[in-house]
Design a protein around this ligand. Structure first.
Ligand code: MG
Length: 119
């Protein structure tokens, strides 16, 4: 399934009431909280990790990410490329606890024009 096909599937059930950007951020936080709640129940209440539920929640996160990418004129592929470029600069060899960040340099490839629709 392509990103466009997936987006079309997500759009079918999307509510267009209110601000889409805000709606997506609320959705990402609440779906992440569902994963956190599952981990809490595993760590503190001794429940088995529910991998089926974890997969379902990851899908819910994908749903909001798909809508969010389209809303800001960005794509999953672009996000992946930008993220790997950032991590490669920040951690040239491998992850280290202490790193000196140069945020301006990390973000220098990003165009400064507004990317949110309507701006
Ligand atoms: Mg969910």
């Amino acid at each position: 399934m392509t990103s466009e096909q997936y987006y079309d599937g997500c759009k079918r059930t999307w509510s267009n009431k209110g601000d889409n950007l805000e709606h997506c951020v609320y959705g990402l936080i609440t779906e992440s909280a569902e994963i956190l709640d599952m981990l809490k129940k595993h760590k503190f209440y001794g429940r088995e990790l529910d991998m089926v539920n974890l997969r379902e929640e990851l899908g819910d996160l994908e749903y909001y990410m798909s809508i969010l990418y389209k809303e800001i004129g960005y794509s999953q592929d672009e996000a992946r490329i930008d993220n790997i470029a950032k991590l490669s600069k920040r951690y040239p060899d491998k992850f280290k606890d202490k790193v000196v960040r140069d945020v301006e340099d990390e973000l220098s490839h990003i165009d400064n024009k507004p990317i949110i629709k309507g701006l």
